[in-house]
Design a protein around this ligand. Structure first.
Ligand code: CMC
Length: 427
């Protein structure tokens, strides 16, 4: 017998089906609620609204669990590669050796962008934020690759390969533009992270020696960011895609959503906050007090999460990775890391943060590790976008395969009721 919930409104009782997920999550299906009762639901910020069913990523925020297609994030971060995880997310299963080689090969062979796209970079102001450039350039892919903007499976596969292959190139070009250095073309001999690092840091006047350990750390960081179910940017990608807008357009809007400081932009904001604490003499208590002050809009960046109410499993892995990177660089202590550790200690012992279950999230430590790896601050969120790309693609693909209806939330109108127009001379 299917589970159901009974809803009583006045003297009438309505029965609504309950859907049960594979991890026994239960959700009341309210699709027919308005038709049955004339009522709608109200949930600003989608705090408790499931927008879809999905077989991609599972999170248990109370237990600190994150799994892609059933595989724990800890195992994937330790044993897999970003390219393999991308395949897993997009196609649903880990690839066999032939599938992996073919996937890798296809991505490697599409890393160049159309030469004419390079002119766009000249048009942006030198101090433009790379996230703004990235979003614009990904949208522009739909003008250069019009043969893959339909939503049928073949076109989707082609646009998937193109955007996966070209995003690091676009990202690195946007950085090179901002520092006035010549653009460095992709090298198909290198892996995903290695190629990106070379395009970021190589200059024509010096031979470039890739630090493979560094490239491996980047690869792990990309895996940790690869998907996170129905977050703000993934929901944006789904919503835009639900109108059957093409993949490039949907990913471009996902990049814009990610840029905000409450989402992916938090990794840059964390480092800026740690910088301000250092500038103010390193007193973390002052900043903790400000974050608690109801009259101040200041928040501790890198703290809190809509879903994780215990700990963020990604933050745990990054914190370990961060210690390894710093010790390998023989930097026993980094002033930013020291402030971050003190801040974490003070906040975690403070009843304000404890009562609200506010723990360090993925962005708290990722900024510090990016800094240690020599990544410029304004590129932190770009790295998040590169990591999140396969997640966005898989969410878009699943939305199409489920033949989802167009996303169209309702509202409760609170404006003026009907009134007659008054000519301007009489106002
Ligand atoms: N510092 C101080 N107070 C906070 C913070 C914080 N970082 N986060 C939440 N609170 C307080 C908030 O003021 C509210 O208090 P009260 O109940 O007294 O009004 C309570 O905690 C609940 O907060 P909320 O805003 O209702 O929570 P939310 O689920 O809507 O927002 C969040 C989640 C991540 C946007 C928020 O915690 C935040 O702004 N954090 C800082 C930005 C950040 O680190 N973002 C990265 C998120 S993780 C990666 C990603 O999504 O990209």
């Amino acid at each position: 017998m299917t589970d159901s919930a009974k809803l009583q409104i006045g003297d009438k009782t309505y029965e609504l089906p309950i859907m049960v997920g594979t991890e026994n999550e239960r959700a009341i299906d309210i699709g027919a609620l308005r038709k049955l009762t004339g009522l709608t639901t109200l949930d600003p910020g989608f705090v408790n609204t499931g927008s879809c069913s999905s077989a991609i990523t599972y999170i248990n925020g109370e237990k600190g669990i994150l799994r892609y297609r059933g595989y724990p994030i800890e195992q994937l971060a330790e044993k897999s590669s970003f390219i393999e995880v991308s395949y897993l997310l997009i196609y649903g299963e880990l690839p066999n050796p032939e599938q992996l080689a073919s996937w890798q090969d296809k991505i490697t062979n599409h890393t160049l962008i159309h030469e004419d796209m390079k002119h766009f970079f000249q048009g942006f102001p030198r101090d433009a934020h790379p996230m703004a450039i990235l979003s614009a350039m990904v949208a522009a892919l739909s003008t250069f690759y019009q043969d893959s903007i339909d939503t049928d499976p073949e076109c989707l596969d082609m646009s998937t390969i193109r955007v996966m292959a070209k995003l690091p190139t676009l990202a690195a070009f946007s950085y090179k533009k901002s520092i006035g250095q010549p653009l460095v073309y992709p090298s198909n001999e290198l892996n995903y992270g290695g190629n990106f690092l070379r395009m970021m840091f190589a200059v024509p006047t010096f031979p470039f020696a890739l630090d493979q350990e560094l490239a491996d750390v980047i690869d792990t960081l990309l895996i940790l960011h690869a998907d996170h179910e129905q977050n703000c940017s993934a929901s944006t990608v789904r919503l835009v895609g639900s109108s059957r807008a093409n993949l490039f357009a949907a990913i471009s809007s996902g990049i814009s959503a990610l840029w905000g400081p409450l989402h992916g932009g938090a990794n840059q904001a964390v480092l800026e906050m740690l910088g301000s604490i250092a500038k103010n003499g390193g007193d973390v208590n002052k900043f903790v007090a400000l974050a608690k002050d109801p009259d101040s809009s200041f928040r501790l960046m890198g703290f809190g999460h809509r879903v994780y109410k215990n700990f963020d499993p990604r933050a745990k892995i990054i914190k370990r990775l961060c210690d390894n990177v710093l010790s390998k660089q023989k930097r026993v202590s980094d002033p930013m890391l020291e402030i971050a550790k003190r801040l974490e200690e003070v906040a975690l012992a403070d009843p304000y943060f404890v009562d609200r279950s506010l723990y360090p999230n993925v962005d708290f430590y990722s900024g510090i590790i990016y800094k240690a790896l020599g990544i410029p601050t304004n590129m932190f969120t770009v790295l998040f976008a590169m990591g999140r790309l396969p997640g966005w693609i898989s969410q878009y693909k699943e939305m199409l395969e489920d033949n989802s209806r167009i996303g169209r939330p309702r509202q409760v109108y609170t404006g003026k009721t009907a009134r007659d127009y008054v000519p301007v001379s009489e106002r």
